[in-house]
Design a protein around this ligand. Structure first.
Ligand code: HEM
Length: 444
């Protein structure tokens, strides 16, 4: 622990607080038809939004609130304020599909109709550690709509922890998060040097030494951050069929599955457990992230193209040089729908409603997401892998493969498909608690 330097009592809890275990919750989207009603809704919600003060202490139930650009317009924010948001935020995630490489099956024209049409104005996220408290907190949020005509619920997407805390493809997740400077907690082993708070929260210096531009006025921008909301459908049948095509025994299949991510499904990293799973290691937060790639410069443990090495290359020597610390996102991943089952092989299993919903949080979430999609997900040149894409979240072309470096010759596994299809997404701004109150009392 070290004394916090950022204004934790101003920042929404979800920015820093980890999801509980077990977790239950809902993402709720609202539309504002009447600006005054929108202000009133925010005014009522604000006292129920937890701050990040003491974020490291276990919490049982909380909500966070974020607003899209269309939402700010619907709330009647003045033009000079609206114009002060970055362009990618203003036009929205769907309009940035090219920059995000959201093409083919991931193209916004294939998204669920709810997304990408400027309808989602306010996003509310409810997290809880028990089913009862989750229901209570969602009910509390709904209560704030009582007698309020002019704000309506567009959609409620429930989520919850799957058995064994596994995600929609059967892996333990939520392990690594970027460490942040000045938030009161020292990094866990392997988290790396703390990154400047301004990379994640507006109003503080970032890695370049200067704060990023904030939406205006200051009361609106300071201690706020951006959220990229992305909903993925997991094609469990395709993923399992791929594993079966590349592994005759369960052990062989688990080995290929581990190589795709860089961790065994238990969470144990391949850099520390290269030959066999070590569930005790996977479960230990003081050990399961305590590695870099210095001892694996040929990718023989964690392949260069595996999901976690792409998403956070740590100290890997990259063909295209960049500072890894300026491309980090805080991830709040949540799973929804039917739990993963390794025995489901049918094509029907691909269409079962299940997958993962992420909140990607950063003071420049739009730019970071575009960078990740263009450079580290749907490409391989930065690690000398040409056209090869991220095997977990890449959008794959016909004939895609994945390279597993090994001695004496590398192995190529074929038949990689798009295992997670994007079903929709939106950009939101998650204001500080003062900004929420300011919006609540806003006079047009
Ligand atoms: C449904 C889709 C996805 C699945 C199944 C998945 C799975 C995983 C798993 C199993 C891990 C390792 C455990 C951990 O550190 O939490 C992981 C880590 C990670 N994932 Fe994903 N992921 C998905 C989508 C995404 C997306 C869309 C992004 C970013 C655009 C992303 C970014 C990351 C990052 C940054 C890490 C941590 C890497 C590290 O620091 O070592 N993931 N993911």
């Amino acid at each position: 622990m070290s004394p916090p330097k950022v204004e934790l009592h101003e920042i929404q809890a979800t920015v820093l607080r980890l999801r509980p275990a077990p977790y239950y919750g809902s993402h709720v989207l609202f539309r504002v038809d009447d600006a005054k009603a929108g202000h009133e809704f925010l005014r009522r919600l604000a006292p129920h939004v937890d701050s990040a003060a003491n974020w490291w202490k276990p919490a049982d139930a909380w909500i966070s609130v974020a607003i899209s650009y269309a939402g700010f317009k619907a709330l009647g924010l003045p033009a000079e304020s609206l114009q002060s948001f970055p362009e990618a935020f203003r036009v929205g995630m769907a309009a940035r599909a090219r920059e995000l490489r959201d093409e083919g099956v991931n193209d916004p024209k294939n998204w669920e109709p709810l997304f990408g049409n400027g309808e989602a104005h306010i996003g509310l996220n409810a997290f809880s550690d028990s089913m009862e408290k989750w229901q209570r907190i969602v009910e509390m949020a709904r209560e704030q709509l009582r007698d309020l005509h002019g704000v309506r619920v567009l959609a409620v997407q429930d989520f919850g922890m799957q058995p064994g805390d596994r995600n929609s493809l059967g892996y333990k997740d939520g392990i690594d998060q970027p460490a942040m400077e000045g938030v009161g907690v020292d990094p866990l082993p392997g988290q790396g040097n703390p990154i400047k708070a301004g990379e994640f929260i507006l109003g503080y210096p970032g890695e370049t030494g200067v704060p990023l531009p904030m939406p205006q006025p200051d009361i609106l921008g300071r201690n706020g951050t951006y959220v990229g909301f992305r909903k993925y459908q997991s094609r469990v049948g395709a993923f399992n069929r791929f594993l079966h095509a590349n592994g005759k025994t369960e052990d062989e299949r688990e080995f290929v599955a581990a190589k795709l991510v860089g961790r065994w499904r238990s969470g144990a990293p391949l850099t520390l457990a290269p030959d066999a799973d070590d569930p005790a290691l996977g479960a230990d937060p003081h050990r399961n992230n305590d590695f870099n790639y210095a001892g694996d410069t040929h990718g023989r443990r964690a392949p260069f193209g595996c999901h976690i090495r792409r998403m956070n290359p740590r100290d890997t020597q990259l063909t295209r040089l960049t500072d890894v610390n300026i491309h980090r996102l805080i991830r709040r991943g949540t799973t929804y729908g039917k739990p993963y089952d390794p025995n489901e092989l049918s094509e029907d299993a691909d269409n079962v409603e299940r997958g993962a919903i992420f909140l990607f949080i950063s003071a420049k979430a739009m730019a970071t997401m575009e960078f990740l999609q263009q450079e580290w997900i749907d490409e391989g040149n930065f690690i000398g892998l040409g056209e090869e894409r991220d095997p977990i979240i890449g959008r794959q072309e016909e004939g895609a493969y994945f390279t597993i470096p090994k001695e004496p010759v590398r192995r190529r596994v074929h038949g990689i498909e798009t295992f997670n299809v994007l079903r929709g997404g939106e950009y939101f701004f998650m204001p500080s608690l003062s900004a929420l109150r300011w919006l609540g009392e806003f006079q047009m």
